[in-house]
Ligand binder design. Structure first.
Ligand code: BES
Ligand code: ZN
Ligand code: ZN
Length: 501
């Protein structure tokens, strides 16, 4: 999709979307439209209240279609994105391939910056082209925005900073393209995304966008001694992989950059293992690599946007299967860190592979910051539903930056405590730590405490439990589907990570 910015209204796309928020610019925006279609302000005020997602279609006297899109009151990035995505998805069979988005003063509240609105709108327009039915033999028609000649014309006022806004539009598109590829990965069934497939995805992305990717196979993992990853992989016929990614921007020497290390849970399917899950909804456990997806997607966008940071991505990937060789409750396993772990429940497998990922990251890269993401606990889903990730951190300043990035991008997160008292839940009689307290309480916090044991004194660590938000009910699918949660939040955080840590 080609994007052009203009401050003249000479170009005439077939359709122009005019987003309008409630509040002080509501009347101004409607007045401008009323003038263009020669109707009265009162009529428009009656027909269109600018509630979030509300639509009114009108035609001007040159026959051009204007879609008024309501954004509600004080819309944030997430609301703006959602309104555009929803409209351009629902209208995919009615829209053509040339479309205009209007961001003139009359429909842009003065205190708002056009950057956010434009990035969110473009992001939403592109995400609406995503088709979930990849494995259908007959697929629906492609979205018109995917046509080779598709163009998006963005109308801005003359005094707005064109170069900045052009960059915002380009970033909105670049991130959305990667998010689309990540949606495919998370929505793919387990038999189409073995750990090897995830490794190949990473390797191809690294080649395409210019960052280093190493995919360790099972013999290499054995040689290194990633015992916790191997333990989870024991019941599976598909060997585990361990992915190590490294990005450095082209024009900044690495010694002038902060190193941010990310670790993502890459469980390609979670049966629970011997502590097997109930079958209802077990199919959703294909999404148990949502943390890995966030890390892969963020590596790709960081490289695309040439963010000023030294970025490491670690993805331990395996499924958690049942088999005669699988680990059993009561087993004591080794780990890369040298610490021993008593297995109480084989369904608490994510924390095991993450512990190896974190220990490896610390040993080989000495990062300034460690951020892990994982679809880790049902407890996080019960606490926040599908609307927010649980954030845990041992560093208040880091936590604040991440919460702020979440707020700015509409990817909500909320912090929970990691008080020392919870560590008692994980004391083992026979090993250094156990992987589950044995009691169905404080599940998300206990999981974070388990990880913190392997963070082992590193002063700047954060953990996102994204079990509720990585895979959720959405209007674009009949069942729950992938959201690509985390990419926008982390990309935003990384833009300034170099200065703020
Ligand atoms: N992958 C699950 C967590 C999960 C639950 C993700 C629901 C998405 C939606 C994780 O591996 C798991 O099974 N956690 C257990 C841990 C328990 C056995 C300590 C849980 O939360 O029930
Ligand atoms: Zn599990
Ligand atoms: Zn899991």
């Amino acid at each position: 999709m080609k994007i052009t910015l203009t401050s003249t209204s000479q170009q005439t796309p077939e359709t122009v979307i005019i987003s309008i928020a409630q509040g002080e610019t509501y009347d101004l925006a409607l007045e401008a439209v009323a003038k263009e279609i020669t109707t009265s302000l009162a009529t428009l005020q009656n027909d269109f209240k600018a509630e979030h997602g509300e639509l009114l279609v009108v035609y001007n006297n040159t026959g051009q279609r204007l879609i008024l899109l309501g954004l509600g009151k004080y819309p944030g990035f997430g609301e703006i994105l959602k309104a555009y995505r929803s409209l351009t998805y629902k209208w995919r069979n009615k829209l053509g391939s040339t479309i205009g988005l209007s961001f003139l003063h009359q429909n842009l509240p003065a205190e708002e910056n056009a950057t956010k609105w434009i990035e969110a709108a473009v992001n939403g327009c592109w995400l609406s082209t995503y088709q979930i039915g990849r494995f259908k033999t007959k697929n629906g028609k492609e979205h018109p925005f995917k046509a080779p000649d598709a163009t998006l014309t963005i109308f801005i006022a003359e005094d707005q900073p064109t170069a900045t806004l052009r960059k915002a539009a380009a970033e909105g598109l670049a991130i959305a393209e990667t998010q689309g590829r990540i949606l495919d990965l998370v929505n793919a069934p387990a038999n189409k995304k073995t750990p090897q497939v995830i490794g190949e995805w990473a390797a191809r992305s690294g080649q395409t966008y210019g960052y280093k990717v190493q995919v360790l196979d099972k013999p290499a993992i054995e040689k290194l001694g990633l015992h916790a990853l191997l333990a989870v992989n024991r019941g599976s016929e598909d060997p585990a992989v361990f992915i190590i990614m490294e990005y450095v921007p082209d024009d900044i020497p690495v010694d002038q950059l902060k190193t941010v290390g990310m670790v993502g849970k890459g469980v390609t399917f979670d049966t629970g293992g011997v502590s097997i899950k109930p079958s209802t909804n077990m199919h959703f456990m294909k999404s148990d690599m949502g943390g890995a997806a966030a890390v892969l997607g963020t590596m790709e966008t960081a490289a695309k946007l040439q963010l000023p940071v030294h970025l490491i991505g670690i993805v331990p990937a395996t499924d958690n299967s049942v088999g005669s060789t699988a680990i059993k409750p009561s087993d004591v396993i080794d780990s890369y860190s040298g610490k021993t772990i008593e297995i109480i429940d084989t369904d608490a497998e994510g924390r095991l592979i993450l512990s190896d990922g974190i220990a490896y990251l610390k040993k080989h890269f000495s990062p300034d910051v460690i951020i892990d993401l994982a679809t880790l606990t049902g407890s996080a889903v019960r606490t926040f539903g599908y609307h927010a990730a649980a954030l845990f951190s041992n560093n208040d300043s880091l936590a604040q930056k991440l919460l702020e990035a979440g707020h700015q991008t509409g990817e909500r997160a909320w912090q929970l405590p990691i008080w020392e008292i919870y560590q008692d839940h994980l004391k083992s009689d026979v090993a250094d730590i156990k992987n589950y307290s044995g009691r169905p309480i404080s599940g998300a916090i206990d999981a974070a405490k388990f990880l913190q044991f392997f963070v082992d004194g590193h002063p700047c660590w954060a953990h996102f439990d994204i079990a509720g938000v990585a895979f959720a009910d959405q209007e674009f699918s009949g069942q729950k589907s992938a959201t690509a949660f985390g990419i926008r939040l982390l990309t935003t955080f990384l833009k300034t990570a170099n200065q703020v840590i």
